[in-house]
Design a binder for this molecule. Structure first.
Ligand SMILES: Cc1ncc(COP(=O)(O)O)c(C=O)c1O
Length: 380
């Protein structure tokens, strides 16, 4: 028997337990979410009701009344596991996009779809291609599988498709394209995008991330669901977090060849989409008028922001999403000065954009609060 020691048991071992993780996991830099309202309230002693959060590209209206009612009704029955196959939601999505239900994979947010694509198809050492200034989860999900991220230089803040095509080799299993892209708001017209997808070799999967698709004018919204019939290596990813206003519930979906879906369904958690999320998404999908109103509100808010920024001589990247990348100079300082005024936006230095801040289009009064606070922040 060992002699009793004063040290608590967990102090006995001196080896750093993080060394047990693979080297590629230890090299990961964690995702930085937008600052939560409660956190800013605690730090600055502010009233939560006075804080404006325009940091995570959420729909400022939240979900509509039909969705709230569906959630309330479903909340009465929480003891049972959700439908692990998401039958009703998949059937509605299949009808909407004229695909088979077997072509749809549901995710815990569309973030889950991105993760599942890497889990099912990326082995350590495989390459995944993505653009500079593209959504942060592409490098994260790639690194988590031991994949090698190949970042392609951006063009006018957006994806340089010819350069991305050149970066694809026989070692490339996945290529990520965000359209519109976050955080830049850049957008690729359908013809150029489809030509790119058609040019990608069959043994490389294209993950087309359309999280902000519903904010595009209808004539610009991609017919990407129909492309899946032509391109068996295409995975289209969509979400209920943005225009549908359901970010808190975490529900998204992918549309793809049934055999690709089968692989992704093998590696996903059996109950990855919770019951409230399923009923809410189903109700949200049916309420097309609400999405149209949200798009109109976003368009008006975007125009206000653009007009005011132009009037003040502040630069920005024209955006096709529900957010705007604004050039402010010393973004860290301007971010802090906005926080002091109770306005949370998103710093994007981790995207290689240290002189920009990303602001989400909010409700009219939130946009005005932001613009007034920005004026103060830039003046001082
Ligand atoms: C381009 C893009 N893709 C995917 C996501 C993931 O969103 P969610 O997991 O909420 O669907 C986001 C969220 O910010 C995004 O900006």
């Amino acid at each position: 028997m060992n002699a009793p020691s004063d040290a608590p048991a967990h102090h006995v071992h001196h080896r750093d337990p993080s060394a047990l993780a693979p080297e590629y996991v230890r090299r990961i830099t964690r995702y930085l979410p937008g600052k939560p309202i409660g956190e800013l309230a605690r730090e600055f002693g502010l009233d939560e009701r006075d804080i404006v959060k325009l940091a995570s590209n959420e729909n400022p209206r939240g979900p509509g009344p039909a969705v709230r009612a569906a959630i309330a009704a479903a909340a009465a029955e929480l003891s049972r596991y959700p439908d692990g196959n998401g039958f009703a939601l998949k059937a509605a999505l299949a009808a909407r996009f004229a695909v088979d239900a077997e072509q749809i994979v549901l995710g815990n947010g569309s973030n889950d779809i991105l993760e599942l694509a890497t889990q099912a198809f990326l082995q350590p050492g495989d390459h995944a291609v993505y653009s500079r200034h593209a959504f942060a989860v592409y490098p994260l999900a790639t690194q988590a599988r031991g994949g090698i991220g190949v970042e392609v230089a951006a063009r006018d803040f957006g994806h340089d498709l010819p350069a991305m095509r050149k970066a694809i080799t026989e070692r490339t299993r996945l290529v990520f394209v965000a359209n519109p892209n976050n955080p830049t708001g850049t957008w690729l017209p359908q013809a150029a995008l489809e030509a790119f997808i058609a040019s990608v070799p069959e043994d490389t999967l294209v993950v087309l991330d359309e999280a902000y698709n519903e904010y595009l004018p209808p004539q610009r919204q991609a017919s990407s669901a129909a492309w899946v019939a032509k391109y068996p290596n295409l995975i289209v990813s969509r979400t209920f977090s943005k225009a549908y206003g359901l970010a808190a519930l975490r529900v998204g979906y992918g549309i793809m060849h049934p055999k690709v879906a089968d692989m992704m369904n093998r590696v996903r958690q059996p109950f990855n989409v919770n019951a409230l999320a399923q009923v809410a998404a189903l109700a949200a999908l049916a309420d097309t008028a609400y999405v149209d109103e949200s798009r109109a509100l976003n368009d008006a808010g975007m125009r206000l922001l653009e007009d005011e920024l132009k009037a003040q001589g502040i630069g920005f990247v024209p955006s096709h999403g529900n957010f705007l990348l604004i050039k402010v100079g010393d973004a860290g300082r301007v971010y802090q000065r906005l926080l002091e005024q109770g306005v949370i936006v998103r710093p994007v230095a981790n995207y290689g954009l240290p002189e920009h801040l990303r602001v989400t289009v909010g409700l009219p009064e939130e946009n005005r609060r932001f613009l007034a606070a920005l004026k103060v922040a830039l003046a001082g």
